[in-house]
Design a protein around this ligand. Sequence first.
Ligand SMILES: Cc1cc2nc3c(=O)[nH]c(=O)nc-3n(C[C@H](O)[C@H](O)[C@H](O)COP(=O)(O)OP(=O)(O)OC[C@H]3O[C@@H](n4cnc5c(N)ncnc54)[C@H](O)[C@@H]3O)c2cc1C
Length: 593
Amino acid sequence: MNSIKRLLALLLSILLLLPLVACQKPQPQDEGQEEEPVEEEPADLVSGVFEGEGKGKYGTFKVAVTLENSEIKDIKVLESSESGFTSTVIEQLFGEMIASNSTDVDAVSGATLTSMAVKTSVNDAVKKANVELSPKEVTAQEEKVEDVTTDIVIVGSGGAGLTAAIEATNKGAEVIVVEKMAFMGGNTNYATGGMNAAGTKYQEAKGIEDSPELFYQDTMKGGYNKNDPELLKYLTEKSAETIYWLESLGADLHEIGRSGGQSVDRIHKGPGGMPVGTHLMDVFTKQVKELGIDVRLNTKAVEILTDGDKVTGIKVENKDGNTYNINAKAVILASGGFGANPELVEKYKPSLKGFGTTNQPGATGDALLMVEKLDVALTDIAEIQTHPTVVPFYNEMITEGIRGDGAILVNRDAKRFVNELETRDVVSEAVLAQEGKTAFLVLDKTVFEKASTYKSYRDQGFLKEAATLDDLAKLMDVDAEALKQTIEDYNKYVREKSDPDFGRTSLEVELVTGPFYYVEIAPAIHHTMGGVKINTNCEVINNSGQVVKGLYAAGEVTGGVHGGNRIGGNAVADITVFGRTAGAKAAEAVKGE
Ligand SMILES: Cc1cc2nc3c(=O)[nH]c(=O)nc-3n(C[C@H](O)[C@H](O)[C@H](O)COP(=O)(O)OP(=O)(O)OC[C@H]3O[C@@H](n4cnc5c(N)ncnc54)[C@H](O)[C@@H]3O)c2cc1C
């Protein structure tokens, strides 16, 4: 028995020793014996995790780059203030860098600054690792394409397209959204100030007396009575319930302010002054994921398919240039405006030739060409709005909300020249009439602290800061005494609640608390009010006044709601009210068949 135990103990100790022996480094052989070749990692190959930093659109962008034998294996974001919509862009660039073991990748159109931040931060990490990357040949794998069939196909993934997609999906329809850019959101990503709605519980809580009728009157007046009365009535009546619907999806729109051309505080802002577009796109993106909506990025609609007088789907082109058909019982056009298409802008409004634009590069009015073969009616197509306060060359729009919050406009003589809260066309004209065709927005600390967006303007270097008005005048290169006099006069008007110079009625904040800020601005193309004609069911109308069967449209691609001039905050109302309606009506139609 004992001998068996001893044998077992011996076997066990041999088994326990085996892995240790196996793990030991090979030892030098006895002298005179031939050495086994030992594979060693070359000294110049680097492995480890290295951090790098770059400057994004809204601040520092930090990454951690994992290198294995001098090859990029992983990249993670450590710090970022970039807009939510850029997350797909960042992932795409990381993927390309890992695949090619190189930072020499193309910037993504519409997200150039974020792309640059990704490149500089990864380059910085690689530099810190003291590594020379050896780029790998990447054989591009073409995406397989084949025709597909669905209930509803939606062109464009901005606010109109996604609200339509969410509502249609919730009503039981199968939906595909196509987006030609590498990310969702279009101009909706850029919407800053807020969304107008009348008679909301939030206005009521603040004692603001408002109604759809007053909203209608203000908008008609602002649009020079060119607005489509039925569409506008529908918009104003549905605005409050749409705020609550958005909140049911996860939005928070309880903060209220004033934008130009409104007689009461009506613009519902993102939480904490967060840009409304960023906020809503976060909400929509989450919904898209939760509902499992099929959104196809880098997929451009190039043609509307028809069978007789009925629309039957669209032809799309993917990023490899290959085309396929998406057959559908209904098509919703939600492809936005044409503010970034200089040829179309010049065609419809020659006086705007050479103007900058606040729009994303995908706002090229593709739908206008696609609907030609259907003889679709266009409404107010020459009505193109400039935004009065855009930073020249950078095309960064300074939201109208900053004037609503108390900023004033002065010219090179440091004098005010307009009621800052006039409609955009009036303020744009007034700025263009000043020396140099630019002007300065001036504000103090109290105004500056009213919204987080203003801090981001400063962090990006647009808002310049000075401790005193004398110092500010120096920065602006204007006469200090004149600037101080203008501000003293304005502060008096605030105290007296009356502006005898220009009739400004929103006089809330005296500009007395330093530091003071200014930014130089000029008008740029901002919104295309005209577009395809729709009825209140969002059905597209042709030149004979007939509904084009199976074709719906919503958002900036349509015309009629805004007439001759859009009031700030009305586009987000437009895209959400009509986007939701388009989704509901298209779903009802396809499900009812
Ligand atoms: C800087 C800025 C600030 C603004 N601030 C406000 C604000 O505070 N309040 C307000 O009410 N309005 C604001 N607006 C206006 C408002 O943002 C837009 O009018 C609105 O977001 C348009 O929404 P949309 O869904 O119709 O179009 P978009 O959001 O532009 O979406 C259309 C999408 O369709 C895609 N697309 C185009 N053609 C094709 C094609 N052929 N195939 C596939 N996809 C295609 C585009 O790439 C885009 O992603 C602002 C606009 C800008 C530019």
